[in-house]
Design a protein around this ligand. Structure first.
Ligand SMILES: [Zn+2]
Length: 144
């Protein structure tokens, strides 16, 4: 049954390996096979050297909170039921130029509205977890 959440397409040509990784509990980022530049989100060409050769690299899933917001209504119905909830932007430890958006959760299977937004601090260390939503494993973050 559809959840009403706006979810990415796990079969997207560029991003399918990323979503296959999250389903295995791995954070993969695309990297240029010529110059090594990592990029997120995935795209067909390197913005540094324009090569279309690529590879996927597994990262640790550690990072820190770079910024966050607290979502309040009006929101789409599925999100409105959860509000207020946090949305965090995380700087990845191995590649500080890469930032991944997600939600801070208290438990690996915890809801996105469980952490009191007043307790969230910029710079807090976090680690990635993967939560199944319909047929996709969404990256979320827990305090490290
Ligand atoms: Zn390149």
């Amino acid at each position: 049954m559809a959840s009403g959440f706006l979810l990415p397409d796990p079969t997207d040509d560029d991003a399918a390996p990323f979503w296959a990784g999250t389903a295995r509990g791995e954070l993969l980022v695309q990297a240029c096979a010529r110059c090594g530049q990592r990029r997120l989100p995935p795209r067909p060409m390197c913005y540094a050297c324009r090569s279309i050769e690529q590879r996927w690299e597994r990262l640790s899933g550690r990072g820190s909170i770079w910024s966050f917001i607290v979502a309040h209504p009006p929101l789409l119905p599925a999100y409105q039921e959860l509000a207020p909830y946090n949305v965090v932007t995380v700087v990845l430890e191995e590649s500080p130029s890469l930032r991944l958006v997600g939600n801070l959760v208290a438990r690996p299977d915890g809801p996105i509205n469980e952490v009191d937004p007043k307790t969230i601090r910029i710079g807090e260390p976090v680690k990635i977890v993967f939560q199944k939503v319909e047929d996709i494993y969404m990256p979320r973050w827990m305090r490290a």
